[in-house]
Design a protein around this ligand. Structure first.
Ligand SMILES: [Zn+2]
Length: 94
């Protein structure tokens, strides 16, 4: 049997590692916008978080998101990220 390589990433909130595709990617675009990236394909610096607003909040409060993206987040960025994540989570519910 061949071993499959599954890419794993660390959540910026709880610091658990999970399969990359089980996590949500947050990206800082070359234009300096910070967005939730549902496709995982946008270019820019990325950070990963569980599909949980608690983990995102923790990552923001603990400054781990800023560290991962190497930028400072304004209150507007924080609000819009939480809102984008909440929308994504709602969509995934049956
Ligand atoms: Zn987490």
């Amino acid at each position: 049997m061949k071993k499959k390589h599954i890419p794993v990433r660390t959540c910026i909130g709880c610091r658990e590692t999970s399969a990359k595709r089980a996590l949500i990617r947050i990206v800082r675009t070359p234009a300096g916008e910070v967005l939730v990236d549902p496709t995982g394909k946008k270019s820019g610096r990325g950070a990963y978080v569980c599909p949980s607003s608690e983990c995102l909040k923790t990552g923001i409060v603990e400054k781990r998101l800023e560290q991962a993206l190497k930028c400072q987040l304004g209150p507007g960025d924080v609000e819009s990220l939480l809102c984008q994540l909440a929308q994504m989570l709602r969509k995934e519910q049956p």
